[in-house]
Write a protein that binds this ligand. Structure first.
Ligand SMILES: *Cc1c(COP(=O)(O)O)cnc(C)c1O
Length: 381
């Protein structure tokens, strides 16, 4: 089955009890048993729920894994990966990491004895310096947020092959339409399904997908014993979202490309960050591992002024000033004061997240309206 069919039919079946074409929302906590211990595969919804099962099967299908798991948020999914580790274990994580993951690693898990190294993975060789016998996990995110850095997933997996080190990839920004890490050698794919998978800014959800049965068993244990499950209503919303993932992503990419071209040629814009630009330092790697380049774009102003970023953001009418990304509607974000405010100012500066940086999640509206909105807001500066 091809990807664009898998999003709709992958591992799905019509509801066995009624023939319902779309999996219903099984809004139930428990399931009747005909005699003690005799049931139809479901006992209690923390362990499994049919709506969540349908979503988990869809997740496995679209990421080319064997098992999917649906969590109450992207961070709950990440949390379950870390809880498989033991005190003393070391993790090498990409330095330009999602802020919430950084916060969890440093403020929750360091105190339980996990040790984190943050490394620039745009050159995969950089991880070699940090590998030792305690290294148990490599945490990759590509493209990164908000600077759209690209890490070569296959090269990283090859570097640790045979070393008993898991490679996990946060695939939120790319979505499986653009990039499938398990095919490139990764062990675990993580998603904030809140973003492109859900796609409609109406649900907070997370996912893990693996291709190894033993690892799947360990993750199911974390989900069941830790309890961070996704409820049936939210499972339904993500399952529904996935059915249009490919058509939405196609338009996100088209609109993203047009916005990048517009910004790159605008006299008031300085830098544009997007993996589709041939001037992007890792454009070749992006071309190799991604089908297209997505709808996430960041940029800075020639003036370098935070006031210009603020004025521009307040003037937008079609783009909404809001955190998050990956929905059908276009969003604009100011990392310094919004998504990346929890990172200390000097750390932000070190990373290149300047105060005039703006991040766009380009939606699937008519491109003429999006470009006119940007043009108008830039014209007011
Ligand atoms: C949003 C996001 C997360 C966290 O997911 P939640 O669903 O908000 O918990 C993790 N990684 C990336 C790249 C994200 O964009």
């Amino acid at each position: 089955m091809k990807f664009n069919t898998k999003t709709i039919h992958g591992n799905q079946q019509h509801d066995p009890s009624t023939g319902a074409v779309m999996t219903p929302i099984y809004q139930t906590s428990t399931f009747a048993q005909s005699s003690p211990g005799v049931h139809k595969g479901y006992e209690y919804s923390r362990a499994a729920n049919p709506t969540r099962t349908a979503l988990e099967n869809a997740l496995a299908s679209i990421e080319n894994g064997t098992h999917g798991f649906a969590f109450g948020s992207g961070l709950a999914a990440t949390d379950s990966v870390l809880k498989m580790l033991n005190p003393g274990d070391e993790i090498i994580a990409i330095d330009d990491l999602y802020g919430g993951s950084y916060r969890m690693f440093t403020r929750i898990y360091e105190k339980y004895g996990l040790k984190f190294h943050f490394v620039d993975m745009t050159n995969p060789e950089n991880i070699l310096d940090k590998i030792n016998s305690n290294t148990k996990l490599i945490w990759v995110e590509t493209p990164t947020n908000p600077l759209m850095k690209i890490a070569d997933i296959e090269a990283i997996c090859n570097l640790v092959k045979g070393k008993n080190i898991l490679v996990a990839v946060d695939n939120t920004f790319a979505s499986p339409y653009l990039q499938r890490p398990l095919d490139l050698g990764a062990d675990i794919v993580m998603h904030s399904a809140t973003k492109y998978l859900g796609g409609h800014s109406d649900v907070v959800a997370g996912a893990l997908i693996v291709k190894d049965p033993e690892l799947a068993e360990k993750i199911h244990f974390q989900l069941f014993a830790g309890g961070g499950i996704l409820g049936p209503q939210d499972s339904y919303l993500v399952l529904r979202g996935i059915k249009t993932l490919h058509v939405r992503m196609q338009r996100h990419c088209e609109n993203g490309k047009a916005v990048v071209e517009f910004l790159a040629n605008h006299p008031k814009i300085d830098k544009v960050f997007h993996p589709g630009l041939t001037s992007h330092p890792n454009h070749e790697v992006a071309k190799k591992q991604m089908k297209d380049f997505g709808g996430m774009v960041s940029f800075t102003f020639k003036s370098g002024k935070q006031e210009d970023a603020a004025k521009f953001l307040k003037s937008l009418k079609v783009f909404t000033l809001a955190e998050s990304l990956g929905g059908v509607e276009s969003l604009a974000n100011h990392p310094t004061t919004m998504t990346h405010a929890s990172i200390p100012a000097e750390k932000r500066a070190e990373k290149g997240i300047t105060d005039d940086l703006v991040r766009l999640s380009v939606g699937i509206e008519d491109i003429e309206d999006l470009l006119a909105d940007l043009e108008n807001a830039l014209g007011l500066l």
